[in-house]
Design a protein around this ligand. Structure first.
Ligand SMILES: Nc1ncnc2c1ncn2[C@@H]1O[C@H](COP(=O)(O)OP(=O)(O)O)[C@@H](O)[C@H]1O
Ligand SMILES: [Mg+2]
Length: 335
């Protein structure tokens, strides 16, 4: 079935519309894990997403299609807890590994990644994202939270631990003890609901708040992962964009402060020290793992390697110390 036929069958199955109501199907780009499309139904426009059995990037990076169920379940948790900051959901088909949601659009809507790379004025996006993640983590750490849809540590291993950490450990054997320890830490934990892909490319900003999409990696796991994953994007952009560097490093600290107000399931300093260890590992992984960042040139990649290795071998104790060390190292390297 092509994407149009799958859309027809999905809207019919979910009772959203008749196949004949579909005026157009426009595939959306940016993703690597799914077929995703904007569907014009005349009276309204929706977005549909189907999981692909094989990602469009690396040949040996596969993940089962049932991750579409985990994604829908994560989006539902977000919609129930923070309706302003989530997409409205219109149903999911188990048979098609696909679901329908609101198409987020409007004059005020922009992708956070675009505003970061175009160095648009900072509107406090990092704080808003940190607050949202903190609320979801906190909610999911409480007794009574239904963890059943999120027993997905093996998918998380295939999508995150292996391509980021294990792959990097193969390239940097001197760091493999550090990286292996982090792999175990992430695999063994089930303390909070981890989104797993808190990247600016998956966050649409609108006036009500940030809308976090793309929850295919959702699992119960270690709380350090989401803040580290998101902070990594800010740190790499701080290395890449000297003009906004200081603002981005300030945002790193502000992000942590906003997130930390929600930590009730363990001492905040304990979690902070795990983030200080995982973050440099993820930095290195975006250079030498299976999902390399596209905007760094060779010189910048070497800078990321040098800074992240030093922070892995001698970790910072706090995020603020982490940001200071990145800033000082960059000055020392004259970049
Ligand atoms: N509900 C939506 N409304 C508007 N745009 C969307 C919506 N869902 C996804 N997109 C756009 O499509 C892109 C890819 O979607 P995403 O869920 O991230 O797929 P993938 O898993 O393939 O990365 C997003 O970066 C975003 O720009
Ligand atoms: Mg995406």
């Amino acid at each position: 079935m092509n994407i149009r036929e799958r859309c027809e069958s999905l809207v019919r199955e979910l009772g959203i519309a008749d196949a004949s109501d579909i005026l157009s199907v426009e595939p959306l780009t940016g993703g690597v894990a799914s077929d995703i499309a904007k569907v014009d139904l005349g009276k309204r426009t929706i977005c549909v997403k189907f999981a692909l059995p094989k990602l469009k990037v690396a040949a040996d990076w596969q993940a089962p299609v049932h991750r579409n169920a985990a994604e829908y379940a994560w989006l539902k948790v977000a919609a129930d807890l923070l309706p302003q900051s989530a997409v409205r959901l219109f149903g999911r088909s188990e048979a098609q590994h696909g679901f329908a949601m609101e198409f987020v659009s409007g004059e005020d809507v922009y992708l956070w990644k675009t505003s970061l790379l175009e160095q648009k004025p900072n509107k406090g996006e990092a704080l808003l994202v940190a607050d949202m993640i903190g609320r979801i983590h906190q909610k999911s750490s409480q007794s009574g939270f239904d963890t059943t849809p999120f027993q997905n540590r093996d998918d998380f291993h295939a999508l995150r631990i292996e391509p980021y950490l294990s792959a990097t450990a193969k390239v940097h054997s001197d760091l493999s003890p550090h990286l292996n320890e982090l792999e175990d830490m992430l695999y063994q934990s089930n303390q909070v609901l981890v989104h797993g892909d808190v990247s600016p490319k998956n966050i649409l900003m609108r006036s009500g708040g940030p809308v976090l999409l793309d929850a295919e990696c959702a699992t119960m796991g270690d709380a350090s992962f989401d803040p580290s994953f998101c902070l990594n994007h800010l740190v790499l952009k701080a290395i890449h964009l000297p003009a906004t560097r200081e603002h981005l490093l300030k945002d790193v600290v502000a992000f942590w402060q906003a997130y930390a107000t929600h930590i009730t399931w363990e001492p905040p300093t304990t979690l902070e020290s795990r983030v200080c260890r995982l973050l440099p590992a993820l930095m290195l992984a975006r250079v030498d793992g299976k999902s390399p960042v596209e905007y760094l040139n060779d010189a910048e990649k070497d800078i990321v390697r040098a800074i992240s290795k030093s922070l892995l071998k001698t970790p910072a104790d706090t995020i603020s110390e982490f940001a200071n060390r990145v800033s000082a190292d960059l000055k020392e390297m004259n970049t």
